[in-house]
Write a protein that binds this ligand. Structure first.
Ligand code: GGG
Length: 353
């Protein structure tokens, strides 16, 4: 029997609401299958910051290294600047645990209403997750004076660029017999980092002659995600562009509440982190209407990463069934169900699969 140790960090806002439902699903699988979990909860996030002046303890990363995986909710609080919350919790975990792949699959489930007319969406955004525009290199010169200057530098290393592009080619091959990979940059304006990315993309592409490739500027890619989403299969982009493109890709599938993600260290030298794409959603926190599907699908991605792909398949099938039934849906999907009711319904469907 496989046992996995999971660090659970619900974080801020609706994080704990949706993670509770994900844990419910994992506990059902535990009852049903030959798998067990050892969950350990960490109260890191904005409340921890209010009490301790840090989003997580200084030894936080070290303690996470002992786990098989991290199950994360959300970060962000209206009372604390976003650059403190994000840079104090999520970004240090991605960088410190070398989770250089951020995998964000987006599917338009049959029956879900997209803001677009009749789109067909089944794509994956592969986002570079440890450097680029999120490298935190820069500084302020003469702050709070009339001469103040802010410098923010994006970092593109050969190692970092090559490995994410190569990973994206492998994802493309694993998804289709006629794989296609779109690389997104802004090399007409960003003449060093992004031109370098394009060069590395060409080099790595030569190792994958059977993959159709395309290079788009980020503005064109944003437009095309709206007007021809069906033509995308796998998209690879820098940290910032991957973040923006994956939000567009999520929202055209009908709700941010359906989009899961994985922050992966492919070499498994460190634990990977699994979280819904959505944030802490302070506008709906406590209303019990948050959609837990993205968190549940993220738990499925975690199981797949741990080698339990058949359990991920079961979770995905139960989500398809729940959406097809149209009986228990949260308001973002046109229903009236609460977060817990949707979670209970998923558990009930899953117990019959
Ligand atoms: N569960 C994802 C989350 O809390 N996201 C908040 C956020 O601001 N994310 C930015 C990012 O993913 O880089």
């Amino acid at each position: 029997m496989n046992t996995y140790s999971i660090a659970v960090i619900p974080g801020d806002g609706i994080g704990s609401e949706v993670i509770d439902e994900g844990i419910k699903v994992l506990k059902l699988l535990e009852e049903q299958e030959e798998v067990t979990f050892q969950f350990e909860y960490f109260d890191w996030g904005s409340d921890y910051y209010r009490a301790n002046g840090l989003m997580m303890p200084e030894s936080g990363l070290e303690s996470l290294k002992n786990f098989d995986a991290i199950y994360f909710g959300a970060v962000g609080d209206p009372e604390i600047p976003d650059h403190i919350t994000l840079n104090g919790l999520l970004i240090p975990m991605r960088k410190g645990l070398d989770q250089y792949v951020c995998l964000r699959p987006n599917i338009l489930f049959p029956g879900v209403v997209s803001p677009l007319v009749n789109p067909n969406v089944d794509l994956v955004v592969v986002r570079e997750n440890t450097e680029g525009e999120y490298a935190s290199v820069g500084g302020n010169f003469k702050p709070d004076t009339e001469d103040e200057v802010a410098i923010q530098t994006a970092i593109f290393t050969r190692k970092g660029t090559e490995r994410i592009i190569r990973y994206a080619f492998e994802v493309a091959i694993s998804r289709s017999k006629t794989p296609k990979l779109t690389s997104v940059t802004k090399s007409n304006a960003q003449r060093y980092g992004m031109v370098f990315w394009d060069k590395v993309f060409q080099e790595v592409a030569s190792e994958y002659p059977n993959v159709e490739t395309e290079s788009l500027l980020v503005d064109a890619a944003c437009m095309d995600l709206i007007r021809r989403p069906s033509e995308f299969d796998v998209i690879v982009g820098s940290n910032l562009f991957g973040d923006i493109l994956s939000d567009i890709a999520a929202v055209i599938t009908g709700s941010m509440g359906l989009a899961p993600s994985a922050n992966i260290n492919p070499e498994k030298q460190f634990p990977s982190l699994f979280e819904p794409v959505h944030g802490s959603a302070p506008d709906i926190v406590g209303k019990n209407i948050s959609n837990p599907i993205a968190a549940v699908l993220s738990a499925g991605m975690m199981l797949r990463h741990l080698g339990e792909s058949e359990l991920d398949e079961k979770i995905i099938r139960s989500v398809y069934q729940l959406i097809e039934d149209k009986k228990v849906l949260t308001p973002d999907l046109g229903g009236t169900a609460s977060t817990q009711q949707l979670g209970d319904e998923l558990v009930s469907i899953l117990s019959r699969i």
